[in-house]
Design a protein around this ligand. Structure first.
Ligand code: BGC
Length: 356
């Protein structure tokens, strides 16, 4: 295992963005940048041993702030949407920024994706590991409680990348952290899209949304719908089914799936396979839900790594998280964190290859 501290670049205000590369002996490596504690690149071998980058992102640090598409970043304090940018906790009303129409999305302007995290430690051993820390003061962005957060990335020799989030608070609050990587297992994003990728979701139900992508409260069975990925299906097979109201609203997939099994326990959430390269990603998580987002808002105006234009469907986000708008939905699993407790959420990305 190998770890290397590098410099990723500089922001417009002159702040430098340090980064850490974790690498194993099989050719797999990940570059984690302090800006947004983000996965900037993730290099994985295909069935012929050819190593390529399987996530979308930027080459230049400044672009992460100029055109936030949340490429690979840590999203917080609350990933996804909160209706009307408001919620009530213990009888107290809180107001958050409305940065997505009338709603709050991904933590707003003080979101963790825009923060320069501190690289707290880097270590080798059976795992190459980096710990990043971020402190968000009481009231920042409208959220109650000072939040002390760590994001730990570790890579092992079995081609498994584990991300663990931990957080504590000084006042009762809400927390929902996730990683927002857009995967394209061809390793050729910007030339080849992900519509051929075969996706399995370990979810019998999902949460339908209204026109503003806020859950209606319903838990709907995936059976007989384009949301049924219980058996492997090509992502693009039913994505253009215009008879499906939910696909029309999302312009494709932009929905929270209810991961089977008890939240808090690490369990399979998704499996993604690229039949061409043979790369396979198995995703396990502790979070109650998984947002499937098919990059619907990549509209060709974003120039990503290697100068390639990203368009709809060029990457697929699989975001383990609390259900959207949970703070306003007592019937959804709770995203509450109290002083004295610790928020812990784990995501495991396990890479392998399948024969052709
Ligand atoms: C959301 C999309 C949003 C995107 C922004 C996803 O997590 O589900 O609705 O447009 O993030 O990058």
């Amino acid at each position: 295992m190998e770890t290397r501290r590098v410099e990723f670049g500089e922001l417009a205000d002159g702040r430098r963005v340090p980064a850490v590369e974790l690498a194993n002996g099989n050719g797999m490596s990940v570059c984690v940048i302090a800006l947004g504690a983000a996965i900037q690149s993730l290099k994985v071998p295909d069935r012929n041993g050819r190593v390529a980058d399987v996530v979308l992102g930027y080459d230049d640090a400044r672009q992460y702030l100029q055109r936030p598409q949340y490429f690979g970043v840590t999203v917080g304090r609350y990933a996804n949407r909160i209706a009307g940018g408001r919620f009530v906790l213990d009888g107290w009303p809180y107001r958050l920024e409305r940065n997505d129409g009338p709603n709050h999305l991904h933590g707003g302007a003080s979101g963790f994706d825009r923060a320069l995290w501190k690289i707290e430690s880097v270590s080798d051993g059976p795992q190459a590991k980096v710990v990043l820390r971020h402190f968000s003061p009481d009231g920042e962005g409208g959220y109650p409680g000072a939040l002390d957060v760590t994001a730990t990335y570790s890579l092992d020799e079995a081609n498994t990348l584990t991300v663990e989030y931990r957080a504590t608070t000084t006042r009762p609050t809400i927390v929902n952290l996730t990683n927002h990587s857009y995967f394209n297992l061809t390793g050729d994003a910007g030339n080849t899209d992900v519509m051929d990728h075969r996706l399995t979701l370990f979810a019998d139900a999902f949460t339908p949304v209204d026109e503003m992508l806020i859950p209606t409260g319903e838990r709907r069975s995936v059976a007989g719908t384009p949301f049924d990925f219980r058996e492997p299906r090509a992502v693009g097979e039913r994505i253009r089914d215009g008879s499906d109201e939910q696909l029309r609203i999302g312009r494709g997939y932009d929905h929270n799936f209810i991961v089977n099994g008890p939240p808090g326990v690490l369990r399979p959430a998704a499996r993604l396979e690229d039949p061409h390269s043979g790369r396979v990603l198995e995703l396990l998580a502790t979070a109650p839900g998984l947002q499937l987002y098919s990059g619907n808002f990549l509209d060709g105006t974003t120039v990503g790594k290697s100068g390639r234009i990203y368009r709809q469907g060029d990457g697929l986000c699989l975001e383990p998280q609390a259900f959207p708008d949970s703070p306003n939905r007592p019937e959804f699993p709770s995203c509450r964190l109290d002083p004295g407790e610790e928020y812990v959420s784990t995501i495991v990305y396990r890479f392998s290859i399948t024969a052709g």
